[in-house]
Structures are given as C-alpha cells and as structure tokens.
Design a protein around this ligand. Structure first.
Ligand code: 6PG
Length: 251
C-alpha cells in the first residue's frame, strides 16, 4: 500500500513524519524487546525531521541508527551525511554509542568502506526467527533526477541485486558514493520518502506516472517487500502531479 501524507509545507512535513515515526517506534516497543532499526537519509529535507526527533521523548536505548548512503568524505567534512545527523540529532540526544552504526572510514578506500559497512549491517542488525536481517524503517529523500540514497540514474549500483551496500561511481559528480542498494532498502518493514519543494514536481510526476525505467528513474526501484511505502510530501512538491492509482491520500 502506498500512503501519501500531504503536508502544507516543509515544517508540517517534518512534524507529520516525526509523529508517524514516533508511532512506529511506540508500536514496536509494545511487542518487541529488540531495538527499532531506523535507516537515515542524507540531503537537506530530513534535517528538520531530525531536529523534531531530537525534541521527542523517544527512548534512544531502544533505537539503532544506520545510514542509507554517504558521500565518500570523512565524517567531519561539510558534505558528510553523518555530520548532518550529528549536528541535527546525535548532538541533541542521549543514545548508546553502540546504537549508532555509522559507515566506517568514509573518505578512504570506497570499496573497502562499503564492504566493511555491509559486514557491519550483517553482523549488528537483529534477525527474525527465520534468520533474516531486520530493518524497521528506512527514510529516503529523492533528487530532481529521481535518484534516492546514492542510487543515481545510469549507475552500476542500480543493477546490483545481491549486495546490501556498495560503492557507486556517479558521473555527474565525478565522484564515488557509498549507498544501500534497492535490494537492501526493500527489506525494510517501512520505507518513507521525504520530498519537499516545487523543484521535485517533475521528479514525482516521473516516479508515479512514467513507464517503469529504473535506470532512468531509480526511485522506481523502491518497492518494499512488505508493501509499506509512504511519502511525506508538501503542497509545492505535489502541485500539478498525478497521484499513483490506488494510493491512500492522507491530508
Ligand atoms: C544524499 C541523499 C540523497 C538526497 C536527495 C534529496 O546523500 O544527498 O541520500 O539521496 O536524499 O538528493 O536531497 P534533498 O533532501 O536535499 O532535496
């Protein structure tokens, strides 16, 4: 089921996404003893959500954080997604260090870093009774080229159905990125896109209405095995955009 949460503006988008996430964690804690595994997005849209999350009374002892992607820069570099989360969330909450599963050695050998993170994910994340690794929620953004995480159009990572986390060369930036694959993202019980601004209208129209072409429109690869796909969008992003058929629209 696709659920589309329509928000007035980026502030309300952050508030609604925060309330939704707090609800997911609360439900989780009622029936699970293991931590809630939350995958974080980079980019600018999630910043306000992270600031909102820092103001909640979430029990961060019960939450494990992972990253959906990273630029190949050190964690203190201004482009670092880790640094953005550090500044907007981690520095404002009390969370056990072992619950923050960050990408090791970003900025160094990108293939080694991707392989190391994949091992970390396999070793550190909880498993269900069938031995399958569990991710409870992956947060994602989407670029104007319909990329998500660091799954950019016409890049090799789009074709990887085996790995969970890979190094991905992005021609448009002439640089390497580290990214979760769609195969990993789709394992999550819930996936939520956070998309705001008029600049995303065309990308949303392509995502929801263009014929399937995941090399051209990578976010089309995101289809959680659970079926739980949510979008938090603001009015500017959805103006003149046709919603996908069958989606539940939540005003
Ligand atoms: C990143 C993100 C990327 C981002 C989109 C949207 O590392 O930048 O993972 O996929 O979510 O580019 O970015 P904005 O939220 O800034 O529009």
């Amino acid at each position: 089921m696709i659920r589309i949460h329509c928000c007035k503006d980026p502030v309300e988008l952050a508030q609604k996404a925060c309330q939704w996430l707090v609800g997911l964690v609360a439900s989780h804690i009622k029936c699970e003893t293991r931590p809630f595994v939350l995958g974080l997005s980079g980019g600018s849209t999630p910043r306000a959500l992270y600031q909102q999350l820092a103001l909640t009374d979430l029990d961060w002892n019960q939450i494990q954080l992972i990253w959906g992607d990273e630029r190949n820069v050190p964690s203190d570099h201004t482009d670092s997604n880790f640094l953005m989360v550090q500044q907007n969330l981690l520095s404002k909450i009390s969370i056990p260090v072992e619950n923050v599963i960050a990408i090791p050695n970003a900025g160094g050998d990108v293939s080694l870093a991707a392989a190391a993170y994949q091992r970390l994910l396999r070793d550190r994340l909880p498993r269900n009774c069938a031995g399958e690794t569990i991710v409870d929620c992956m947060l994602l953004g989407m670029g104007e080229d319909v990329h998500t995480a660091s799954l950019f159009p016409q890049t090799e990572a789009l074709k990887d159905c085996e790995n969970w986390f890979v190094a991905n060369y992005v021609d448009k930036f002439a640089s390497w990125r580290l990214t979760a694959t769609a195969a990993f993202i789709n394992r999550a019980t819930d996936v939520a896109f956070l998309i705001a601004g008029a600049g995303k209208q065309t990308a949303l129209q392509q995502l929801w209405n263009s014929p399937l072409d995941s090399l051209k429109f990578p976010s089309q690869l995101i289809s959680p095995n659970s079926g739980n796909l949510s979008f938090f969008v603001d009015r500017a992003a959805i103006a003149n955009v046709n919603f996908p058929s069958g989606a539940e629209i939540i005003e």
